[in-house]
Design a protein around this ligand. Structure first.
Ligand code: AMP
Ligand code: ZN
Length: 313
């Protein structure tokens, strides 16, 4: 790592590489050939699942319906989220081989010669899930019960943002608590549960702050979406300082008012027949685990006793 560090990297890049190297040396994360794709150790997973239990206990009053989806979902539903319009660079499409013997022979010959063989693959009818609430919306078409519904969703998401910052992975888990119902209910839900999330994360000793989010919408058209997001205060991020003064604090969770952005496309209506609104509270599981490790140190044994007790570690 030292020779990379000597090649004129910024102080921030060095801090990121150092944190990454420390996590790998401690065996908490296991590096792979792709930046942002890691194995996780038993200790890392133990912290993550204890954290998850704390979040689930926090959300108990919601009496949410629990649903789980795999990390891929139908392409027809991906179309309805508009994700490809806003974040083409973050998307990931699955390809499969559908040829016969001739195409297989061609593929093998190309591979033998060290040429690209993926031209023989075709987009499948599934894509990688980018936000784990997306497959949920596709199941809610029609009318919601009076008072709306709340769902607990957990799973792996993919975002193509390769980075040597361990806080920025390509494949990571989210735990989301999603409300779908009327517009007032969705605003109340977002504000109330943002507060609960802040308190819960503070109880784990995390120095959290809440700031308005500006998502990395793609391209020139994206700039307008960013300013609308900020102007209308649609998304708040819960952030923790990871690299001191070198960078802005990193988002470990977000509280979003989706308005009818997804519900309209998926034909989800309130009991009165209006287009429903949605709000979601999303925790980044790896990021929150890493924020705990960054704040309290890589040796769990030496974490503050109250934090260990709260997590049951
Ligand atoms: P978002 O839907 O963008 O608000 O993402 C929800 C949460 O997922 C964020 O608050 C982060 O904690 C986490 N997250 C988003 N992108 C990444 C990433 N590239 N690597 C790790 N965690 C991420
Ligand atoms: Zn969501």
């Amino acid at each position: 790592m030292t020779d990379i560090l000597d090649t004129g990297l910024s102080e921030l890049d060095r801090a990121r590489l150092d944190f990454r190297a420390d996590l790998l040396d401690a065996g908490l994360l296991i590096g792979t050939a792709s930046p942002g794709i890691y194995g996780r150790s038993g200790t890392f997973e133990a912290i993550l699942s204890d954290l998850d239990r704390v979040l689930t206990e926090m959300a108990a009053p919601l009496r949410a319906t629990t649903v789980r989806f795999p990390p891929v979902y139908p392409r027809v539903d991906f179309e309805r989220t508009d994700y490809i319009a806003s974040f083409p660079d973050l998307s990931g499409i699955v390809s499969t081989f559908e040829g016969g013997d001739r195409e297989h022979r061609e593929l093998l010959a190309a591979r033998e010669e060290g040429r690209a063989w993926d031209g023989w693959l075709h987009p499948a009818d599934v894509v990688l899930t980018n936000a784990i609430c997306h497959p949920l919306y596709a199941t809610l078409e029609g009318r919601l019960p009076e008072g709306g519904s709340v769902y607990d969703v957990f799973g792996y998401g993919f975002r193509h943002e390769p980075s040597l910052d361990p806080m920025r992975m390509q494949s990571f888990r989210m735990h989301e608590f999603v409300y779908v119902g009327d517009p007032d209910g969705s605003q109340d839900y977002r504000d109330t549960w943002l507060d609960h999330a802040m308190e819960t994360l503070q109880s784990l000793g995390l120095p959290v702050d809440a700031v308005p989010a500006n998502d990395p919408f793609f391209g020139r058209a994206g700039k307008m979406l960013v300013s609308a997001q900020l102007r209308e205060n649609l998304k708040i991020e819960i952030v923790v300082p990871i690299y001191g003064d070198l960078a802005e604090a990193t988002a470990i969770a977000s509280a979003n008012c989706q308005r009818d952005h997804l519900t309209a496309g998926f034909g989800i209506h309130t009991a009165d027949g209006e287009v429903a609104h949605a709000a979601c509270l999303a925790f980044g599981m790896e990021r929150t685990t890493l924020a705990l490790l960054r704040t309290h140190g890589l040796d769990v044994e030496s974490w503050p006793l109250d934090v260990r007790a709260r997590l049951g570690l």
